[in-house]
Every structure is written in C-alpha cells, then in structure tokens.
Design a protein around this ligand. Structure first.
Ligand code: ATP
Ligand code: MG
Length: 260
C-alpha cells in the first residue's frame, strides 16, 4: 500500500515538474530590468549571434552594478589577446573596470566579464588544467561574492561544468542554426529565444533600426524559480565603436586558436 502511495506521489511530482517546465516555456516572459534580475553572487551565461550586443550588454550590467552598488568589474580576456590591444582597451574603460587574463587576479565582490568563454572553457578540454581551474573558480565564486558573466557564441563549445552551474542564461538574438546545434539540454530554451526574437522582428527586413531594436532586447532564464524574463538595455556610457572593434579583434585572434 505504502509503495503504491509513493508511486502515485512520484507520478504527481513528475507531472507537476513537467507542468512547471511547460509553463515556463510556453508563457510570455515577464518584463524586468537588470537591477531587478541580478545581484551578487551570480553565474550567468550570455549567448547569441555575433555582433548582436553580447559584450555591450555585459558591460551595461557591470555599469549598473557599479552605479547601484559600487561593485567593480574585472574584464577577463584570453591570454592570446595581444598586449597592445589590451592596453588600448584599458584606456577606454572607466576606472572601475580592470583588464586581466589571470584568474588569480579576480577580486572579491566584483563582476567578472569572461568574454568568448569558449576559448578557454572549451568543451573538449574538460580534463585540462584550464577547465578544472575554471570549475574551482565557479565553485568558490559564491563565497567570494562574485558575479561571473560568461559570454559565448553558443553553448556547444562550452564546458558542461560551466553550463551546469549557471543561475541565469541571457540570450541575445540567436540564429536558427544556434537552435539546431545547441546542446540538447538547452535546445527548448534556445528555440524559445529564437521565437522571442522572431516575434519582436515580426518578419520585417533586418535594416538598421530593426537591428538596433533587436540588440537592445534580451531573454533571460532564471534558474532559481525557473521562469523567463525579458529586459532591454541601452549601451553603457563608456561604450564606443573603437572599444567594440578592439574586442572584436581579440575574438578573431582567439577563434584561430586550435580546436576553437
Ligand atoms: N543595446 C544596443 N543598442 C544599440 N547598439 C548596440 C547595442 N548593443 C550593441 N550594439 C552595437 O552592436 C555592435 C555589436 O555589439 P557587441 O560588440 O556588443 O556584439 P557581440 O555580440 O559581443 O559581438 P561579437 O560576437 O563580435 O563579440 C556594436 O557596434 C554595438 O555598438
Ligand atoms: Mg563580443
């Protein structure tokens, strides 16, 4: 008798979870803001098509954290980033943002922007020193009250240990190909993100105003209560096209790295 009760309970529990999952996927995301959605500590994955505002959004989140809570930012760049470009970027950043390519330098109580995470958190390098070290850093980021933002073109190339630890996923506009080649675990969510941005676009031509509108928008999955939210972001005050191009140059160098 007891066994049967447990089985019924288990069935109901599973069904409830399925309901919750389906509800999160099917419901319209609630409109929110950076300040309402994020606080320290946090691990966030930021994904989307190239040139659709991933880096700018991470910088905007960092700017908001500084303005509202005086939290500083470490801009983590791959060690392959040429020194000259690093210096030029540092000059264009505000005083509360510091460039680093050494994880030991990550401060406590700070935002870490880990751009093009796939370059150093590579899925096929899971057993290598890099990925293991990253794993530990994610593990202790909670105690160190850090807000880690991993920026990645898509998740297929990202170490699963990073994917597993996230509190939020933010999608900038994904392409249809993203949805096809995404990790199975994330396929439903990426499809939702694809639909969200398709609905915003409403079949219109991808001209400059429409591109700008899409770049402003974000879809967020909050894993704490398993719900989707949306928010819009403007460009951070320090953002310039020079800065954007310098980051692009670094990513190009990184993409030539073996295995990328
Ligand atoms: N919210 C926004 N509003 C208007 N323009 C934006 C916005 N976000 C980004 N842009 C513009 O879009 C371009 C690409 O931005 P960004 O460099 O952040 O994209 P990305 O996704 O990080 O690109 P990549 O994949 O090359 O790293 C830049 O010219 C930037 O100024
Ligand atoms: Mg970028």
């Amino acid at each position: 008798m007891v066994k049967k009760n447990f089985l019924n309970q288990l069935r109901k529990w599973r069904k409830d979870k399925e309901e919750q999952y389906a509800k999160a996927i099917m419901e319209r995301p609630e409109k929110s803001t950076i300040r309402k959605l994020f606080s320290l500590p946090d691990v966030t994955l930021l994904m989307g098509e190239r040139r659709f505002g991933k880096t700018a959004t991470a910088h905007k989140i960092a700017e908001d954290m500084y303005r509202s809570r005086k939290v500083r930012t470490m801009v983590h760049l791959p060690p392959s980033a040429p020194l000259e470009i690093r210096r030029r970027i540092q000059k264009l950043l505000p005083g509360y943002m510091k460039i680093t390519s050494k994880t030991e330098e990550w401060e406590k109580n700070c935002v870490v922007i880990y751009d093009e995470a796939a370059q150093t958190a590579h899925a096929r390098r899971t057993q290598s020193g890099d990925a293991v070290a990253l794993d530990n850093l994610i593990g202790i980021s909670g105690q160190r009250n850090q807000f880690l933002i991993f920026i990645c073109h898509h998740s297929r190339k990202l170490d699963l240990n990073v994917v597993r630890e996230v509190n939020h996923i933010i999608w900038k506009r994904p392409t249809y190909a993203h949805q096809l080649f995404e990790r199975d675990e994330l396929a439903d969510f990426t499809m939702k993100a694809f639909d969200f941005f398709a609905e915003l676009r409403k079949g219109r031509k991808l001209n400059e105003p429409i591109r700008r509108m899409l770049k402003r928008n974000n879809l967020v999955l909050d894993f704490a209560d398993f719900r989707f939210f949306s928010f819009e972001n403007s460009l951070p005050q320090h953002w310039t096209e020079d800065l954007s191009n310098l980051f692009q140059d670094i990513n190009k160098v990184g993409r030539k790295a073996p295995g990328y």
